[in-house]
Design a protein around this ligand. Structure first.
Ligand code: HEC
Ligand code: HEC
Length: 511
């Protein structure tokens, strides 16, 4: 493949046209939901996003995981921290400002550095970057002496009143927070205020024997909370462990046309392939409208701006124009925390992080680039790719899209991207279930995790802990945890020969 620079600018459109010419006309009726495209473009896009059918060579542009927006990144530990490769000069300036705020360490109030205070009172970390280290993924603590930093527990209780049931039904809220501890366990607090408690994890060995005789020992976690800081917790509390997700390409996921996601949903499995896939519909906090949830391990958040504001509030305890309480996630049962000094300064307005802080951090998040792939022409990688399709992985980990021409930011428009996700919820079986429903996601449903960049996890994050709670210690373990709708795919991996499994893993490592 030629160097990335060849693919800058508007080239992708021309290329798609060339592919159509080479393979013949495609019905324009095929992508009628793409109201951002004319008939000609619909046909071009339908051709270019069609599933691969031949695996003797890489597909055109496969190396460029985000098309012309692919980051100019080498495969080293900074690979996830580059902006989109096509970001404008002005955009790069805002990206740098946003990056500074993403790394900024917030301090408690009152402080001498007034522009940085407002931390907490309850928090999980002092900076976005503490959890999304090098824009990569978080992990569980390595042993009982280490505090959880890039991972936390979400909390909720079942609805008990008509008002609560009504709030869930109308999606005014997606879950009922635990009455004392709220929706998330904050394991840190500013001085003088108790932290909420400590997440504890117990692992139990679960051996799995593979065709060929190898045994893999999975570790099955059980979660609990120790050192409760505010008295007893509700006996019906439901816990959902989450590690911080990688930051790459989230702006491009936001630019996928909603019709492309909804078109793949098959909640009642009408086509009978054993794979349903359900859209997560949530309310946009800015408009109140029902819209597609895309972010978080259960796709509970519709936009990167909402995700960022929620993180400022829930994870760091900083208020923004979108989530305004200065006391963050403190509940009415935590009076000491509600009454603590805040970082609000009258001269700057009613929140701790006034405009343009939220917008800059949102802009940063939206424009973190995706590194190019490696080894796409390697025969073992190509064999693994064929198996990825053959085993049914691509039914959920949908390889490619052409982003919407209507995306708000020009740099996100009309790129061929390869995120390997359908952004839908799937039942992954009892093994992966957290038993905590949120919105449309049941206790065993998760959003198909994007796989782009996953082969660089160790290089960037220094570990290979995968899945929503980092229980898998490598790619093979992550696949072996698949159940529910993915049971057949997982069983195919168990039944495969050792060489086939090695090829599948090699393909994942090339992403
Ligand atoms: C305490 C750790 C922690 C901190 C601090 C944190 N995050 Fe996160 N982040 C997470 C976790 C955990 C998730 C997954 C959330 C879920 O599943 O609900 C996440 C998810 C995200 C996602 C969605 C990624 C995806 O693919 O769905 C974005 C974007 C994000 N965080 C941005 C931020 C920004 C911006 C900040 C700072 C304002 C921040 N985060 C601070 C832990 C953290
Ligand atoms: C029914 C849909 C479905 C199928 C089929 C499926 N997956 Fe997944 N995959 C998911 C979901 C959902 C997750 C997230 C699960 C979680 O975190 O608990 C996931 C997670 C993963 C992860 C870990 C990602 C991360 O960020 O931690 C890998 C690797 C993976 N899948 C590979 C595969 C491979 C290889 C196959 C085929 C053998 C496959 N998957 C088949 C839905 C599916």
């Amino acid at each position: 493949m030629p160097a990335c620079k060849r693919y800058r600018g508007e080239l992708i459109g021309l290329v798609a046209l060339a592919v159509v010419t080479a393979t013949g006309a495609v019905s324009a009726a095929y992508l009628t939901h793409r109201d951002d495209l004319d008939d000609k473009d619909r046909a071009r896009v339908a051709t270019i996003v069609a599933p691969a059918t031949s695996f003797g060579a890489a597909e055109p542009f496969e190396r460029m995981s985000a098309g012309a927006a692919t980051a100019n990144a080498r495969p080293n530990n900074n690979a996830f921290s580059f902006p989109l490769g096509n970001l404008s000069f002005g955009g790069e300036t805002d990206f740098k400002l946003g990056n500074g705020l993403f790394k900024k360490v917030w301090v408690s109030s009152p402080s001498s550095t007034q522009a940085s205070d407002g931390l907490g009172p309850l928090f999980n970390a002092r900076a976005c970057q503490r959890c999304h280290l090098k824009d990569g993924r978080g992990r569980p603590p390595l042993d009982t002496n280490e505090a959880a930093v890039s991972m936390f527990l979400r909390l909720s209780v079942p609805p008990r009143t008509d008002a609560e049931r009504e709030a869930l039904a109308s999606k005014a809220t997606l879950r009922i927070p635990e009455p004392t501890y709220g929706g998330q366990l904050q394991n840190f607090a500013v001085q003088g205020i108790p932290a909420e408690g400590t997440m504890t994890i117990d692992y139990e060995d679960v051996p799995v024997t593979l065709n060929g005789g190898e045994t893999v020992v999975l570790r099955k976690p059980t979660y609990d909370i120790a050192d409760l800081g505010y008295g007893p917790i509700d006996p019906d509390v439901m816990l959902s462990p989450r590690v911080a997700s990688p930051m790459i390409g989230v702006g491009l996921l936001e630019a996928i046309h909603p019709g492309d996601i909804l078109a793949r949903a098959d909640p009642d499995d009408v086509d009978g392939d054993g794979i349903s896939g359900k859209a997560s519909m949530v309310r946009d906090p800015e408009t109140g409208e029902l819209t597609l949830g895309r972010f978080g391990w259960k796709a509970s958040t519709p936009t990167i701006k909402a995700q960022t504001a929620d993180a400022f509030s829930g994870d760091i305890g900083i208020s923004t124009p979108l989530v305004t309480p200065a006391f963050g996630e403190c509940t009415t049962a935590q009076a000491i925390c509600r009454d603590a000094p805040s970082g609000v300064q009258d001269r700057l307005g009613p929140v701790e992080a006034p405009d343009p802080i939220l917008d800059l951090v949102t802009f940063y998040s939206r424009n973190v680039g995706v590194p190019p792939r490696r080894d796409i022409d390697d025969p073992q990688v190509l064999e693994g790719k064929a198996l990825f399709y053959d085993f049914g992985c691509a039914s959920c980990h949908a390889p490619k899209y052409v982003t919407s021409r209507d995306a708000p930011q020009p740099e996100h428009r009309f790129h061929l991207i390869w995120p390997y996700t359908d952004l839908l919820l799937h039942d992954m079986g009892e093994g992966l279930a957290d038993g905590r429903p949120v919105g449309d996601a049941s206790g065993s449903e998760w959003r198909t995790a994007p796989l782009w960049g996953i082969g660089l996890t160790e290089t960037v994050s220094g570990h290979t802990f995968l899945l929503h709670d980092g229980r898998a210690r490598n790619l093979l373990e992550a696949v072996l945890w698949h159940g529910g709708e993915a049971q057949a795919a997982r069983d195919a991996v168990v039944a495969a020969t050792p060489d086939e499994r090695a090829a599948l893993i090699r393909f994942l490592e090339s992403l």
